[in-house]
Structure formats: structure tokens, C-alpha cells
Design a protein around this ligand. Structure first.
Ligand code: W6P
Length: 388
């Protein structure tokens, strides 16, 4: 139908990656009309690119009711935006467009939980082979970073040119040009500690060291999306607290969580060190895995939810870091503790969006069957098999 023709058309274009600096400039000197003209096209391109990949998911997953719901939301939003394809940038179109964006933001509010239910349904129905699992991991990383980017574009437009209020007068949309890293870290720590105290009746303290290597002795501020940094810090601190309390027991003295923040010329680096006993490399790898992390659903019977259920917190935090060319790593020593390292670009022109592009290579990554091993090593329980 027309929808699939339009999808084919818009998925041929590569999404335009914007830097934090471009978001800032546009928020300061742009107009509602130019923002509207850019967005109505760019949103269709970003939606079409990810909707094409969606169709390459394992058929078993696509048949699950929750996956169908999510896919329908994307189709509805794509159609909603097609209305504006050839309309000019009058104040009336812009106003109608803004209302439409609010509707779309709301429609997609629970995409992450709904996709997670799809994975649970899939696992309960028959289990997943390794190849499908790899395809799902590859897809979800791209799907969620695409979602982060689309929500960023929409929010930015609505705060700057619509009637959504900014967090402070300093903010340009959801970007803080002088984000105080220390206060975001304390904020995340206080909220994580509140949950930890409520669940375990105890919590480790934090020792925070700040080092500004660029402007010596000055407080550290960066151009950043504070809500993204908060999300990452809250998640990592919850995990560090849980590991600390569970490893040492609620009656013992707890070793403090050490946090280092360093601003260099290129990177803002943050390291969170816990002495929570660490994890083996086998388990460490699983922490980023959507399929493994889709634990039995949290209790809905009024019993207390655990502090950190290793839900999607970690893989999503890594995507928030990577979105503007940062990254997140975990280094663990089993028997001792874990270091979580976050890197963010300190220079706003360098911090540009990382966006998935629909292409032959993404198609191959999603549809590739199981590969023959090209490294030999012993797999317990499988014995030695003749070469294929
Ligand atoms: C752990 C496991 C983990 C994940 C993320 C951050 C900190 C920690 N500590 O033991």
C-alpha cells in the first residue's frame, strides 16, 4: 500500500546526525518554522530506517502480541507525520504539528516495557536459539538508540518552540550548556541511597573526587543532557550499592563507593568503584544482554521490588552514553569489586549523534544464520565434534 511505498522511500535516506553544538545553535537562533521543516522530514527518515529493521526480527518474535503493538505504534506515528509531508510552514501547520508530536511522545512512552514483554512471551513460548538471540541484541541496541534520538528531536522542538517548559532558564531544550556534574552525581546518589535504605535498611556512603584537568581548581561543568547523565549515574550507583550490601551483609561496615570525575580536553570521564565482590566475565557479559536481563517480571503483588533487578538499566545506560559518542565499560575482579567507567565527549562540536542506518549490512547482521566456529576451544558438555 501507500504506507509501504512511503517507508521504502524514506528509508533510502540516511538520518542526519546532529551534534550537541548544532542542537544548541538551533535552539538559540532557529525558528519554529525551520525546526518544523527539518523535523517533519527527519522524523519520517528516522522512523522509516528503524521500521525496516523491525521487519527483519525473528518471525516468532514479530508474532508476539506485544511486538505487534509496538510495530503498530510506529506505523501510526509514521502515518500521522505523513500528513505534514507537503504542507508549508505556516503558524497553523506548526501548531498542529506540535500537538501531533505530543500525541506521538505519549503513544511511545512504554515501548521499552512492551518490547520486554514480547521477549518474555517469546522465551516462554519456546526459547531462543543463539543466532536469534544475537540478532535481537543487535536490533534492540539500534532500536533503543533510534528511540532515544527521536525523543530527543521531539522534546527539543517542543521545549524550544512549543509549550513544554524547560527545566531551568539556562537550558536550551533538554540541554544544559553548563551542566554541573557534581550535583547530578549527588542527586543520583541520594535517590539510589533512598531506595537502598528502604530495601536493605542500610546503604554504603560515597566518596566523590572531582578533578578538573582543563581549568584547574574550577568546578566541572559540561554541555550535556542532564537527564541522560542522571539516568546512567542512578543505574550504576544502584548496582554498586546492591553489590556492596549483598557482599558484605547488612550488619557489617560497608566499604564506601568511590566516584572519580575528571574533565580532560576531549573526554569527561567518570569511574564508579565498588567493593561488592565483583562478577566473573561470564556474568559480566550477560549484564548487557536484553534476553538474559529480561528476568521474571517484577512482583506486582505489592511486595517490594528489588533495588536493581538487572533489568534493562545497564544496556540502556550504555546507549545513553554512546548516543553522543561517549561510552560505558564495566571492569570487574571476581571476588573483589567492579569499576564502571563512563566517558562523555567534553567538546560540544565533537558530541554528535550515533544513529542506526538501514542498509545491506544491517540486514545481513539481522538475518545471518548461525556461524561455524573459526576458533577452536573446548565447550563443556559438547565434546569434540568433527569439523563441518
Ligand atoms: C556489580 C555489578 C555491577 C554492574 C554495574 C555497576 C556496578 C556493579 N557492581 O557487582
Amino acid at each position: 500500500g501507500t504506507l509501504s511505498k512511503k517507508l521504502d522511500y524514506y528509508s533510502q535516506f540516511q538520518p542526519s546526525s546532529l551534534s550537541i553544538q548544532q542542537y544548541l545553535d538551533f535552539g538559540r537562533i532557529g525558528t519554529a518554522a525551520t525546526s518544523y521543516s527539518f523535523l517533519k522530514n527527519e522524523l519520517l527518515v528516522r522512523l522509516a530506517n528503524i521500521m525496516q529493521e523491525f521487519t527483519l526480527l525473528p518471525p516468532k518474535l514479530l508474532q508476539m502480541p506485544s511486538s505487534k503493538m509496538v510495530s503498530n505504534w510506529y506505523a501510526e506515528s509514521f502515518e500521522d507525520l505523513l500528513q505534514f509531508e507537503s504542507s508549508s510552514d505556516t503558524a497553523e501547520s506548526v501548531a498542529k504539528f506540535n500537538d501531533q508530536l505530543s500525541i506521538i511522545l505519549k503513544r511511545h512512552a512504554h515501548v521499552v516495557e512492551t518490547m520486554a514483554e514480547g521477549l518474555i512471551e517469546l522465551r516462554e513460548s519456546d526459547g531462543v536459539d543463539i543466532a536469534s538471540e544475537k540478532g535481537i541484541q543487535y536490533f534492540l541496541d539500534r532500536f533503543y538508540i533510534n528511540r532515544i534520538s527521536i525523543r530527543m528531536l521531539q522534546n527539543q522542538h517542543l521545549v524550544v518552540f512549543g509549550n513544554v517548559l524547560p527545566e531551568s532558564p539556562r537550558h536550551v531544550g533538554c540541554i544544559d550548556p553548563a551542566c554541573n556534574v557534581e550535583s547530578v552525581v549527588y542527586d543520583a546518589f541520594e535517590n539510589a541511597r533512598f531506595l537502598c535504605d528502604r530495601y536493605y535498611l542500610t546503604s554504603p556512603s560515597m566518596k566523590l573526587e572531582m578533578h578538573n584537568a582543563v581549568e584547574k581548581g574550577k568546578p566541572i561543568s559540561v554541555v550535556a543532557v542532564p537527564s541522560h547523565l542522571y539516568h546512567i549515574m542512578f543505574e550504576l550507583l544502584k548496582n554498586a550499592m546492591r553489590a556492596t550490601v549483598e557482599f558484605h551483609g547488612v550488619d557489617d561496615d560497608l566499604p564506601e563507593i568511590k566516584v572519580f570525575v575528571v574533565k580532560g580536553n576531549e573526554d569527561l570521564s567518570i569511574k564508579i568503584c565498588d567493593r561488592g565482590g565483583g562478577v566473573s566475565r561470564t556474568i559480566l557479559e550477560r549484564l548487557y544482554n536484553y534476553m538474559y536481563s529480561t528476568a521474571p517480571p517484577p512482583p506486582r503483588d505489592g511486595t517490594q521490588a528489588p533495588l536493581a533487578g538487572y533489568g534493562y538499566g545497564l544496556p540502556l545506560s550504555r546507549l545513553y552514553a554512546r548516543y553522543f559518542l561517549g561510552d560505558l565499560f564495566l571492569v570487574s575482579m571476581e571476588g573483589h569489586g567492579t569499576d564502571a567507567c563512563i566517558y562523555l565527549k567534553a567538546v560540544p562540536v565533537e558530541a554528535s549523534e550515533v544513529l542506526p542506518i538501514y542498509s545491506t549490512s544491517s540486514r545481513r547482521n539481522l538475518t545471518m544464520g548461525p556461524q561455524v566456529a573459526d576458533w577452536s576451544h573446548h565447550v563443556p558438555g559438547q565434546g569434540n565434534r568433527p569439523a563441518q
